[in-house]
Ligand binder design. Structure first.
Ligand SMILES: NC(=O)C1=CN([C@@H]2O[C@H](COP(=O)(O)OP(=O)(O)OC[C@H]3O[C@@H](n4cnc5c(N)ncnc54)[C@H](OP(=O)(O)O)[C@@H]3O)[C@@H](O)[C@H]2O)C=CC1
Ligand SMILES: [Fe+3]
Length: 442
């Protein structure tokens, strides 16, 4: 690495008072970008605004120059790679070989591979894109970075959820140089080890909510079971036994009765593994042994199960609000009024039912509020701002002493709280026959 990269420029933004990108000082480190596509353009914009001198290498600089910030230099590939020490390869894998003619100019430089394979490419090639690039340019140092950041995020700036940039490479100095650039651009570098990890890093954007698959299927399965049960009980049975047509209940009423059942069972599934884990530790007499795989996975999915429980409870609240809006409800009320008139009753007031409904609603609202609190505190940005004691406090207050076993289920040290506090929460029963209590832990 030349001394150019050593000059500190972290946090130096080059946006003038009009909001446009100002000229980078000539002593600012030069960074090269090969390619002029979407990613190259966003990268150039962010690099310029972070204080770097950017030179873009294109096969057709005349055509593409207008798409880049005016302070970025857009030139032919061969001219772009001569000065910078760090060169981003913002091209697809199949075009890497077209750079082989630049081998001499690229010798000794750091190539940053930002590419993402498609799912088919990932399965087809055994070696990662970064390792392939390294095999084409053995005299260069290849570092894998930025592939998890979309062109849009690069342009818009880092956001809470996707600030982390996994980096891997075989040369610590090259990794450090790229990490500093990542920092300067407002992202968080995350060292993923040697270039052999590149395949793993390239697989990250291919994932689709891996932690949610099983909990979602579980919630769906529970919903189908409870819906079938409620359909038989509330619709089919009256139809068969009394020839009453209650099929109108299918879209709202049956769904509304089903949702809290699902929410309650999911909630109990959040606590059950903690209790089982604690019982297992007590039986074994030690916390220094791994849990069986099924229990380990269950423990790690508690947050998702808890959030799905919250989702069902929130939907139940919304559906309940909509109940009086239904036409069937209006007809029922009118019919009741007519019956009263016919029976010559002027004042209908059943004290017990009135109280039961008042308390039921109040408890329901409190339970949903508590569940919302737990859902909000389980969001990473909020959970990270609480220390362990504060987090446990919120969990315990919200669940009247609910248990917690920590998320690192396979790490023995985090099992300790399981023994200490794996007690089941006191459910809040509602008069309509379902329960709306809430809590889970990260
Ligand atoms: N777009 C995104 O959000 C993200 C993209 N990436 C990765 O960044 C890389 C570039 O993606 P993106 O910018 O979207 O793609 P584009 O298709 O928009 O750009 C690819 C660029 O490659 C250059 N290129 C060089 N040689 C060839 C060649 N022989 N044939 C065709 N093009 C060539 C072209 O520039 P020129 O004509 O000037 O030479 C072209 O602009 C990919 O590897 C992608 O996986 C990674 C994360 C996010
Ligand atoms: Fe309810």
């Amino acid at each position: 690495m030349s001394g150019e990269m050593d000059k500190p420029l972290i946090g130096r933004r080059l946006v003038d008072s009009n909001g446009s990108l100002a000229e980078a000082p000539s002593e600012a480190p030069k960074v090269g970008i090969l390619g002029s596509g979407d990613f190259a353009r966003s990268l150039a914009t962010r690099l310029v605004s972070s204080g770097f001198n950017v030179v873009v290498g294109s096969r057709n600089p005349k055509r593409t120059a207008g798409l880049f910030p005016s302070v970025a230099q857009v030139t032919f590939q061969v001219d772009a790679v001569s000065a910078p020490e760090v060169i981003f390869v913002a091209m697809f894998r199949e075009h890497y070989s077209s750079l082989c003619s630049l081998s001499d100019q690229l010798a000794g430089k750091i190539l940053v591979d930002v590419s993402n394979p498609t799912e088919q490419e990932h399965l087809r090639h055994r070696e990662s894109n970064a390792e392939y690039l390294a095999s084409l340019f053995p005299t260069c140092t290849v570092v894998k970075a930025f592939n998890v950041i979309s062109a849009w995020t690069l342009q818009a700036g880092p956001r809470d959820g996707n600030r982390q940039v996994p980096i891997c490479g075989d040369q610590p100095d090259a990794k450090r140089a790229v990490s500093e650039m990542v920092h300067a651009m407002g992202f968080m570098p995350m060292d993923m080890g040697s270039l052999a990890s590149a395949r793993e890093v390239e697989a990250i954007p291919l994932r689709l909510l891996p932690g949610w698959k099983v909990p979602s299927l579980l919630a769906l399965g529970l919903f189908v079971c409870f819906y079938a049960y409620n359909f038989i009980r509330d619709v089919l049975q009256p139809y068969v036994q009394e020839s009453k047509n209650k099929f109108y209940k299918l879209p709202v009423s049956v769904v509304n009765t089903t949702l809290p059942c699902v929410a309650y069972v999911l909630l109990s599934l959040v606590y059950l593994p903690g209790v089982l884990a604690a019982a297992l530790q007590l039986r074994r007499g030690t916390k220094y042994r791994r849990f069986p795989d099924w229990l380990d996975h269950w423990l790690q999915h508690r947050k998702q199960i808890g959030l799905l429980s919250f989702f069902c409870a929130a939907l139940h609240a919304l559906y309940s609000f909509c109940l009086p809006l239904r036409r069937s409800n209006r007809y029922d009320l009118v019919n009741l009024a007519i019956k009263q008139v016919l029976a010559n009753k002027s004042h209908l007031w059943v004290e017990e039912e009135v109280w039961r409904m008042e308390i039921y609603l109040s408890v329901g609202v409190l339970a949903l509020g508590t569940l919302s609190l737990l859902a909000v505190t389980s969001l990473p940005s909020i959970a990270n701002s609480l220390n362990w004691r504060e987090f446990s406090f919120v969990q315990c207050v919200a669940t009247s002493g609910g248990g917690n076993t920590g998320s690192g289920a396979s790490r023995p040290d985090t099992h300790l709280p399981a023994l200490a506090s794996a007690c089941s929460p006191a459910p809040v029963s509602a008069s309509c026959g379902h329960t709306e209590d809430v809590s889970w832990t990260l």
